[in-house]
Design a protein around this ligand. Structure first.
Ligand code: GTP
Ligand code: MG
Length: 374
C-alpha cells in the first residue's frame, strides 16, 4: 500500500468513528499516525524535504516576502504583474506560470518581495504537478495570498488549505500553548490551566504512545486545544504564517446565475478575505493595506543630530526583531558597537520629548531614532 493509500484509509476510518469517551484513545492514535504518514509524504527518500528544485528558489530581497498560492488561472500572475511592474506571463491556459517569478512592491516605504508561483492542484503534496515545490516556497514566506476565483471559491479554498496544512503550514494561527516535556520516568502527567473541551487524557496518552513517548509532562494552556495541536507540538516542524484570501475576478461582473446569493454571502464571511479584480484593478488598494497590516512591519526613521528626521526612507524591521540593536545592525554592523545611547521618539518612548534608551529597547512602527556615538 502506498503512503497516499494509507492516509486515505486512516482518514476514512476517522470519518466513520464517532468521537466519545470510548473512542478517544483510538482517535488520538489515528491522528498521530496520520501526521507521521503526512511527514513521510513531504520528505521523500533522498528528497531533502521535497522543496527547492531548479528555478524555484529565488534570491530573497526586501524585508518580507508574500507568496501567491492558488489553482491555475485564478489570476495570480495578472495581480503580481500589475502590483510590481514585473512581467509574469498571463494567459487563459492553465499552468502558464512554471516557476517562481519574483518582483518587488514598495508599501509605505518598505520594499516587499512578491513571489508569483505556479498554480497547484489537489494532491499537490502527494507530488502531483509541481505542487510540492510551490508549497515548499510558500513555507518560507512571511505572508501567503491564497488567490481564489470568485466563481469557485469555497471548494478551492478548502483544498488549498488542505494542501498547505499537509505540508506543515498553519494559516492565521499562533503556535499552540501546549508543552510536551519528555522525562525519564513517571509516565504521562497531564496538567491543564484551561478546561479541556476538545481533547481528553486518553487522546493525549494515545498520541504520546504513538510517538513512543512513555514519560512526559504535558501542559495544556491553550484554550480549546485539540489533538492536532498536541500532534503539531510533538512533530515540531510546523510554520505559522498569516494568510489573506484574495477573491479575484470582479464579482459585480459575474453573471448572476453563475453564483448563488448564498454563495456570495458565504464568500463575504471568509475571515481575512478581500474581494478584488486584478484585471480591472478593483479594490487592490484595500488588499495592499491588508497586506501591510498582516506583515506587521516596523518602520523606523533616523534622525541625524541637529536635523529633522528622514521620513523618506525608513529602516524596516520585523516585529519581534525590532530592538535598537536590530535597527543599528540593519544599517551597518559597526554602529551598535559605536553607540553610546539612543534617543527614541514615538510610541515606544515613555515621553514625547524623547527617551534615552539602550540597545535592547524595543522599537515600534514609526518611531524616530537618534544614535549618539561614543
Ligand atoms: N474577468 C477577469 N479575468 C481575469 C482577472 N484576473 C485575471 N483574469 C484572466 O484569467 C486568466 C488567467 O490569469 P493568470 O494571471 O495567468 O492566472 P494564474 O493564476 O497566474 O494562472 P497559472 O499561472 O496558470 O497558475 C487570464 O486570461 C486573465 O486575463 C479578473 O480580475 N477578471
Ligand atoms: Mg501565473
Amino acid at each position: 500500500m502506498t503512503t497516499v493509500q494509507k492516509i486515505k484509509e486512516i482518514e476514512d476510518e476517522m470519518a466513520k468513528t464517532q468521537k466519545n469517551k470510548a473512542t478517544s484513545y483510538h482517535l488520538g492514535q489515528l491522528k498521530a499516525k496520520l501526521a507521521k504518514l503526512r511527514r513521510e509524504l513531504i520528505t521523500p527518500q533522498g528528497g531533502g524535504g521535497g522543496g527547492g528544485g531548479i528555478g524555484f528558489d529565488v534570491a530573497r530581497t526586501g524585508i518580507a516576502s508574500v507568496g501567491f498560492v492558488g489553482f491555475p488561472s485564478v489570476g495570480k500572475s495578472t495581480l503580481m504583474s500589475k502590483l510590481t511592474g514585473t512581467h509574469s506571463e498571463v494567459s487563459a491556459i492553465d499552468f502558464t506560470t512554471l516557476t517562481t517569478v519574483p518582483g518587488t512592491v514598495k508599501v509605505h516605504g518598505a520594499p516587499i518581495q512578491i513571489l508569483d508561483l505556479p498554480g497547484i492542484i489537489e494532491g499537490a503534496n502527494d507530488g502531483r504537478g509541481r505542487g510540492r515545490q510551490v508549497i515548499a516556497v510558500a513555507r518560507t514566506c512571511n505572508l501567503i495570498f491564497i488567490v481564489l476565483d470568485v466563481l469557485k471559491p469555497l471548494g478551492d479554498k478548502k483544498s488549498i488549505e488542505g494542501e498547505l496544512e499537509g505540508f506543515g503550514i498553519r494559516l492565521n494561527k499562533k503556535p499552540p500553548a501546549v508543552i510536551v516535556r519528555k522525562k525519564d520516568k513517571g509516565g504521562i502527567a497531564i496538567t491543564n490551566t484551561v478546561p479541556l473541551t476538545n481533547i481528553d487524557h486518553d487522546e493525549i496518552k494515545a498520541i504520546c504512545s504513538e510517538y513512543k513517548i512513555n514519560n512526559a509532562d504535558v501542559a495544556i494552556r491553550q484554550p480549546n486545544a485539540t489533538a492536532d495541536d498536541v500532534v503539531d507540538v510533538i512533530e515540531g516542524n510546523r510554520v505559522y504564517i498569516p494568510a489573506i484570501y484574495v477573491l479575484n475576478k470582479d464579482i459585480s461582473h459575474v453573471q448572476i446565475d453563475a453564483i448563488s446569493i448564498e454563495e456570495i454571502d458565504l464568500l463575504y464571511k471568509i475571515p481575512n478575505s478581500v474581494p478584488i479584480s486584478s484585471s480591472v484593478w478593483l479594490n487592490v488598494d484595500e488588499l495592499i493595506e491588508k497586506m501591510w497590516e498582516a506583515l506587521d512591519l516596523v518602520r523606523v526613521y533616523t534622525k541625524p543630530r541637529g536635523l529633522p528626521p528622514d521620513y523618506s526612507s525608513p529602516v524596516v524591521l520585523r516585529k519581534g526583531k525590532s530592538t535598537v540593536e536590530d535597527f543599528c545592525s540593519s544599517i551597518h554592523k559597526e554602529i551598535a558597537k559605536q553607540m553610546k545611547y539612543a534617543i527614541v521618539w514615538g510610541s515606544s518612548a515613555k515621553h514625547s520629548r524623547g527617551q534615552k534608551v539602550g540597545l535592547d529597547h524595543i522599537l515600534e512602527d514609526e518611531d524616530v531614532v537618534h544614535i549618539a556615538k561614543k
